[in-house]
Design a protein around this ligand. Sequence first.
Ligand SMILES: Nc1ncnc2c1ncn2[C@@H]1O[C@H](COP(=O)(O)OP(=O)(O)OP(=O)(O)O)[C@@H](O)[C@H]1O
Ligand SMILES: [Mg+2]
Length: 305
Amino acid sequence: MIKIKKLVKEFNSFRAVDGISFEVKKGELFGLLGPNGAGKTTTIRMLTGIIKPTAGTAIIGGYDIQKQTIKAKQLMGIIPEMANVYIDLSTIKNLLLMGELYGLSKNRRMKKAEELLRLFNLYDKRDQKAKNLSKGMRQRLIIAMGLMNEPKLLVLDEPTANLDVESVRLIRKLIREFNDKGTTILLTTHNIEEAGQLCDRIAIMNHGKIAAIERPEKLKHLTKRAISIEVSFEKQVNKEKLKFSEVSRVEKIGDKFKLYTEHPGDVIEKVVQYSQTSKNKIISLNTLAPTLEDIFLELIKRGEK
Ligand SMILES: Nc1ncnc2c1ncn2[C@@H]1O[C@H](COP(=O)(O)OP(=O)(O)OP(=O)(O)O)[C@@H](O)[C@H]1O
Ligand SMILES: [Mg+2]
């Protein structure tokens, strides 16, 4: 469904996307996972024909996005990062307008709009002006708008960013359902959990490059290896004293130590023991889920092996 080869985007001399290649198969739910500034949106904008790549190609369903733009775009439903609705139109009119733009017949647009309103839990807001919708409702409407033309490929840039739990849950559920019904999906996220829960495969992106493409189980494995215990003591401690056998690495951050481990329970016990025998009180002790940065470090370390 998507074939991307050596895609590059330079802004002046800055390489926002630095020669990435990947493929998404029909029916797949594929995620681009990366921190702020990784180049996710720039990648999406190139492969949806919004900006021109500096180099490389993007083929959508067999059509080159640069040479056969219209054919390629007809296959796609696009939900951009900064998408918006027509705030003075009602919820249903926003959907109908999209249907009209896509060239659906009047009957068809009405039917589709009603179906999507129900699906996205917006039916009771159908006649409300979009400016009076909550943020979560508005994002649901934006996604519904991208689905009016029944796309074969749905492209979503950060579909759940900054939404409440309820909206996030509904949106993830619907993404899964559309995928189950056969829609190929490409989404971006900076949320490891979201990528792990939703995606069949995940491209891990940083500084314009893809560090790895993994299945979620692999990502979970990496994630497990990058759990850390954060601890601070009343009195000074030599970092070496905290290198217990289960600890792979110790970092000192201010007055805190970060102990990376696959066995947090054992390490906590040893930290407590250390505190007792050295009569040095623990001020704070936390188990931390890995950050994306930790995962990249794990990936880089693995690459070096
Ligand atoms: N039009 C532009 N002009 C100049 N630099 C740009 C432009 N668009 C993006 N960039 C730069 O390219 C880099 C990648 O940006 P991009 O928006 O693709 O990141 P992202 O992975 O989507 O991040 P986020 O998670 O914050 O949305 C950033 O350093 C950004 O400043
Ligand atoms: Mg972005």
